[in-house]
Design a protein around this ligand. Sequence first.
Ligand SMILES: NC(=O)c1ccc[n+]([C@@H]2O[C@H](COP(=O)([O-])OP(=O)(O)OC[C@H]3O[C@@H](n4cnc5c(N)ncnc54)[C@H](O)[C@@H]3O)[C@@H](O)[C@H]2O)c1
Length: 253
Amino acid sequence: MNRFDGKNVLLTGAASGIGRATAVRLLAEGATVFAVDRHEDGLAETGRLAGGTELLGGRFVAHAADLAREEAVVSAAAAAVARLGRVDVLANVAGVLRVTPMESVGLDDYRDIFAVNVFAPVMLCREVLPHIPDRTGVIVNVTSTAATKAHPGMTGYAASKGALLSFSISLAAELASRRIRVVPVSPGGVATPLTANRETFAGVDTSWYARTYPLWGRPGRPEDIAGTIAYVASADGAYLNGVEVRVDGGSHS
Ligand SMILES: NC(=O)c1ccc[n+]([C@@H]2O[C@H](COP(=O)([O-])OP(=O)(O)OC[C@H]3O[C@@H](n4cnc5c(N)ncnc54)[C@H](O)[C@@H]3O)[C@@H](O)[C@H]2O)c1
C-alpha cells in the first residue's frame, strides 16, 4: 500500500530541484500531483522523469503559471480545485533566491522575493483551504535554515523565509480546530539550480557556505528534502504540526 494512494497534491516549484524530486517521490507513492511552475518545459521533464504520462495516467497534471502574479496564483488554485476537487496536500516549494549586499538593496528586490516566497504560498493557502479536508489535510511550506541562521548577503531571502516560517507556525494554530496540519520544512544547503547559479553569487564571499556540511561533507540532495516532505505530508507525520522541520545534515553555521 502506497502512502499517497488516492491522495491529491497541489505542488509548486515542480519543474526543478526540490519540487521536482518531491513530485517524483509523491507520484511514486501513488499521489495525483497538480504541478505548478513557471517553466512549462521543466514540468514536462518532471513528468517524464516520474515515468511518463502513459505510466502515470492522469496522475500528473502540469500547470504553467507565474506565481509572482496574484491573479496567476488565484487561477492556478482554481484550476487545481477544478481538476482535483479535494486537495489533501498543499506543498509550497517554489522559491527564488537573490544575493544582494545591503548597500545595493532596493525595495523592488524585496518585493520580488516576497512575491514568490511569501505572498504566493499565503494566497494559495487562502484559496485552497476550503478544499483541504478536515482531520487529514496537510500544508507543507518549504522555508529555509536562512530563516533562523545568518546568511550574509541574503537578507531579503532570509527575511522572506522567516516570514513564511512565522506564517506557518501561526496558521498551524489557527487550523488546529479543523485538524489540518501545517508544517514548515527548512532545508540547509541543497545542490539545485537555485544554488548552482554562479551569477547569483557573483562578487559575494560564499566560502562559509561550503564549511557547513558536517554530516557527509556535501550539501543536501533534492531527494533528501523530498523524502522529508513525503514523510511530513503522509500519515506517518500525523503528530507533526506547527514546528520547523530542519533538514540540513546537522549544518552548524
Ligand atoms: N537549494 C537550497 O539550498 C535551498 C535551501 C533552503 C531552502 N530552499 C528552498 O527550496 C525551494 C526549492 O528550491 P530549489 O533549490 O529546488 O530551487 P530551484 O531553482 O531548483 O527550483 C525552484 C522552482 O521554483 C520555480 N519558481 C520560481 N519562481 C517562480 C514563479 N514566479 N512562478 C512559478 N514558479 C517559480 C522555478 O521555476 C523552479 O522550478 C525554494 O523555496 C527554496 O527557497 C532551497
